[in-house]
Design a binder for this molecule. Structure first.
Ligand SMILES: [Ca+2]
Ligand SMILES: [Ca+2]
Ligand SMILES: [Ca+2]
Ligand SMILES: [Ca+2]
Length: 462
């Protein structure tokens, strides 16, 4: 294979600095001080609208303590607490079996009550500055660079976050052009090699690499995998620090990114890609993101990925940006026929396959958001488009799954992702699953049954 053919799939189509600051309301989960019953109800149904057993009541200013007591007794309610911030507001626990809607209605007619309302469930939709641009996480039909999105054409991240936001100890290898590990929105989620003493010229953990603190740079063969471009964008989508009031939110909020650089300004070599994967597997890493490809079929790379799988490693790969059917014109490594590779196509904010995205009924597995994705880059934040941006959405979901199921094999994680996709017309017949990855359904226990309509269609077909 001609090494120079190996090239990175970078399609940063619109290098527009996200310059508009959108102020998002900080919405904090109201589960604090909720009853165990309410918390259990929420864990059974993350889309729960409001607490089943408590309400919020604001008394009028003139209501005396005795009058308040009478009102509470009227609905068999118990005051859980008041709030200095809102005079007269109380969180009231209802007795078992009380109907929230009816209780609110009758309380609203009480002369001493200013208002009574449900104790609504707020989902963690993060206070990150550019969160509203992250349609792939939550598509509300917002305008993305002039394109109005389709509601819910996303990976359902918000509902998933009620179950997991990741694990700060879970390490994900980003095998790429390097990672800006000092980026303000990444620094907290960067892996540090605890077995290595920095800058002493000694390979303290005896892994073959001297002073490898953040990972390794296999392209330049040094211990500094710094790069502010492609791999940094990828890393931000996987797990930029969330709810820190700046930047973006990762699909996972917590993880540790291991930076493995093998791609230079004009591409990288297969031998270095194998060395990077080898490093990750040797360090016990179970998940890598691989937003790169090109070059001919390499038996060495195939063998390396296959053996990584035998070591419990899941390899998420970008399907490539040639706009081609990779069943006919294979793209590597995504199109290797290996169980532990998930090949990811890119969809846009209207649930359409991106024009540049590869596809293939046998060689591409799932779709994920990959057009106009806002993430970390060049010390700030940029838009990026490509299957390179789609793959990290899937890697992030895999990280959430490993948090919930630390003992799962790569195939169990992969199968859960495949079995819980949201089918869309644009992927039908041109991917192995026909759908877009769905973080919420992937995390939901047990796997939701097919909806009634598809069950009916199945029956009619039989
Ligand atoms: Ca070392
Ligand atoms: Ca050292
Ligand atoms: Ca370097
Ligand atoms: Ca952030």
């Amino acid at each position: 294979m001609n090494k120079s053919q190996m090239s990175i799939n970078i399609v940063i189509s619109t290098l527009l600095l996200i310059g508009v600051i959108t102020l998002l309301t900080l919405i904090v989960s109201s589960s604090y001080a909720a009853s165990p019953q309410a918390i259990a109800a929420l864990s059974n149904n993350p889309l729960l609208a409001y607490a089943p057993d408590s309400i919020l009541v604001k008394f009028k200013a003139f209501a005396s303590p005795a009058q308040k007591r009478n009102v509470r007794a009227f609905v068999n309610g118990e005051k859980m607490r008041g709030y200095r911030l809102v005079e007269g507001l109380e969180h009231i626990q209802l007795s078992r079996g009380k109907n929230v809607a009816r209780t609110i209605e009758s309380l609203s007619q009480q002369p001493f009550v200013e208002y009574a309302e449900p104790n609504y469930v707020r989902h963690a939709n993060t206070n990150d500055t550019f969160y509203n641009y992250q349609w792939g996480l939550n598509n509300t039909g917002q305008d993305i660079l002039g394109v109005i999105g389709t509601n819910n054409a996303d990976i359902a991240a918000e509902a998933a976050w009620t179950m997991s936001t990741g694990n700060p100890d879970f390490v994900i290898a980003v095998i790429d052009s390097g990672v800006e590990y000092t980026h303000e929105d990444l620094a907290a989620n960067i892996w540090l090699n605890s077995g290595e003493i920095p800058d002493n010229g000694v390979d303290d953990d005896d892994n073959g690499y001297i002073d490898d603190i953040y990972g390794w740079d296999f392209f330049s063969n040094d211990n500094d995998p710094m790069d502010k471009f492609h791999g940094t964008h990828v890393a931000g989508t996987i797990c930029a620090e969330a709810n820190n009031g700046i930047g973006v939110s990762g699909v996972a909020w917590q993880c540790k990114i291991m930076a493995l650089r093998f791609i230079g300004p004009d591409g990288g070599f297969t031998d270095d890609a194998i060395a990077a994967l080898n490093y990750a597997v040797d360090m016990g890493v179970k998940l890598s993101n691989n937003s790169w490809g090109g070059g001919g079929y390499s038996q060495s790379l195939y063998d390396a990925i296959e053996n990584a799988g035998m070591n419990g490693h899941l390899f998420v790969a970008a399907a490539g940006n040639d706009g081609e059917n990779t069943d006919a014109i294979p793209h590597y490594p995504s199109a290797y026929n290996l169980d532990n590779i998930i090949s990811v196509a890119a969809i846009d904010n209207q649930d359409q396959l991106a024009g540049f995205s590869n596809y293939g009924a046998n060689s591409v597995d799932v779709g994920a958001p990959g057009v106009n994705i806002a993430s970390t880059m060049l010390s700030v934040y940029y838009w990026g488009s490509g299957t390179s941006m789609a793959a990290p959405h899937v890697t992030g979901i895999a990280a959430l799954l490993y948090d919930s199921h630390p003992d799962w094999t790569p195939l169990q994680v992969r199968d859960r992702i495949y079995n819980t996709v949201r089918p869309i017309d644009a992927l039908n017949g041109i991917t192995t699953t026909n759908g877009v990855v769905n973080a919420y359904h992937a995390l939901l226990e047990p796997i939701p049954p097919p909806d009634a309509l598809s069950a009916l269609i199945l029956l009619l077909l039989l």
